[in-house]
Design a binder for this molecule. Structure first.
Ligand code: TRP
Length: 453
């Protein structure tokens, strides 16, 4: 069964695919708006610290579990322990992947829908975010529109994953990630050269510490997790296709670097434009679909930049969605010896169906709520705010406390001998973060999500 397990074609293949997973709606849609709501630069600073002290150590751990066992999350824990508890942690990861993908695909669909609307010219006549908001409500309020684009987005995701690790995920990431970076550079240069852009830059670089409180720190921490695709075995699964010749620490550092760079670049592109148009940076989730279309409409060449922007979002969402589907598929391929095609069709199909009530949460089912949350909100909340922090906590505890430290070190030094020779203090620091700092801080995030602190 093991002999034919797939692998990345190269280390670059892994980096681009993993960065593709990390760079998603979280970087381009969510990060700018939560930074906008929580005071800009000061929040960015807190976020960078969270990435360094929690994101990076946990990312190394997740990739390492996968690379060492060469298995999906369930198989990986089963191989490293004999305990049902840990196997069920792997299982929760597969379930979280199932849930996240179902609603992620709905928003991914919107991004494709907006590419089409831009091409149709619907975005060119706005004078205010309110007018853009009317279009947004009309589109998301249509069941045909939301389900239709969910179908297209999900179809693309299934198509890529069906073609396999090298032929599908790696190959498409090698095309999509450079395109994403080029688009982002163009948008950033457009933003910086707008009149009034400096106010946007100041918003991102000059901190207002009065906006930082316990709540915003927990938001930054939670986001550090989500943006690096941690806590559910996506990075573990991608790590499982990695060669033992490559350094996990180095690969994790490159993924963190790209993810952070792209979030900051998206912030620059968006806030320079928002401030140049004199609009509200704290517009919340509607920043992308309501404020930005109004910004583009007021800009020379706006249609072209709007098109690039929504294409950027669609690419970012797609490379993340394939990593979510791959977790579920890898489980059935490894553990149940299913063919990739069968796993994609059957479980992809089920995830697609679970996405339908999420798509309807903005229209036909918007009144169906539970504690004021729609179906979409509930799935998002359970997966992103409960299952992911829980999974991340368990991964930190597992590598920090359960897996024999000497074995962890043998595993992590494989392919990274020279790094650990050059920086012997790294081991101690990594373990302090894994054993103490990450578990305490992640527990706080989890308790906060559950409304306890
Ligand atoms: N990291 C992605 C983003 O920033 C979202 C994502 C993709 C994700 N795969 C994941 C989040 C796995 C958690 C776990 O949008």
């Amino acid at each position: 069964m093991l002999q034919n397990r797939e692998k990345w074609g190269s280390k670059l293949g892994f980096i681009l695919a993993a960065a593709g997973s990390a760079v998603g709606l979280g970087n381009i849609w969510k990060f700018p708006y939560i930074a906008g709501e929580n005071g800009g630069a000061a929040f960015v600073f807190v976020y960078l610290i969270c990435i360094a002290i929690i994101g990076f150590p946990v990312l190394i751990s997740e990739i390492l579990i996968g690379r060492t066992t060469q298995k999906n999350p369930v198989g990986a824990f089963a191989m490293l322990t004999n305990s049902k508890l840990w196997v069920s942690v792997g299982f929760l990861g597969v379930i979280a992947g199932f849930m996240i993908l179902s609603f992620y695909s709905v928003i991914g669909g919107w991004t494709i829908g907006y590419v089409i609307e831009t091409l149709r010219g619907s975005l060119s006549n706005f004078h205010s975010p309110e007018e853009a908001g009317v279009l947004f409500s009309a589109l998301s309020g249509s069941a045909t529109w939301t389900i239709g684009y969910h179908t297209i987005f999900f179809g693309l995701t299934m198509f890529i994953v069906m073609r396999g690790v090298q032929g599908g995920i790696e190959k498409s990431s090698k095309i999509m990630m450079p395109v994403l970076l080029i688009i982002l550079i163009i948008l950033m240069m457009r933003g910086i050269t707008l009149e009034g852009a400096s106010r946007g830059l100041a918003f991102l670089w000059v901190p207002d510490w009065s906006k930082i409180n316990g709540q915003s720190i927990l938001i930054a921490l939670g986001h550090a997790f989500f943006t690096l695709s941690l806590g559910m075995g996506a990075m573990l699964t991608y790590g499982s296709y990695m060669s033992k010749k490559d350094s996990v620490v180095n690969a994790a550092a490159q993924v963190v670097f790209l993810d952070t760079l792209i979030a900051l670049m998206a912030g620059v592109a968006i806030f320079t434009a928002v401030f140049a148009s004199g609009l509200d940076p704290a517009a919340g989730p509607g920043l992308i679909f309501q404020t930005l279309p109004a910004v583009f409409a007021s800009m020379t060449g706006g249609t072209f930049f709007a098109l690039l922007f929504f294409l950027l979002l669609a690419i970012a969402a797609l490379t993340s969605a394939i990593s979510l589907l791959e977790v579920v598929v890898a489980y059935f391929v490894d553990e149940k010896a299913w063919s990739r095609k069968r796993a994609v069709l059957i479980f992809g199909g089920l995830i697609y169906i679970l996405g339908i009530p999420s798509a309807l949460s903005f229209n036909l089912m918007s009144d169906v709520t539970f504690y004021d949350k729609t179906f979409f909100d509930i799935v998002d909340f359970l997966a992103s705010n409960v299952l992911l922090p829980f999974g991340g906590l368990m991964i930190a505890i597992f590598v920090g406390w359960i897996w024999l430290r000497s074995e962890v070190m043998i595993a992590v030094k494989t392919g990274a001998e020279s790094f650990f020779n050059a920086y012997p203090w790294f081991e101690g620091l990594w373990f302090i973060f894994l054993r103490f700092i990450a578990p305490v801080l992640i527990t706080l995030v989890l308790l906060n999500s559950l409304g306890i602190v």
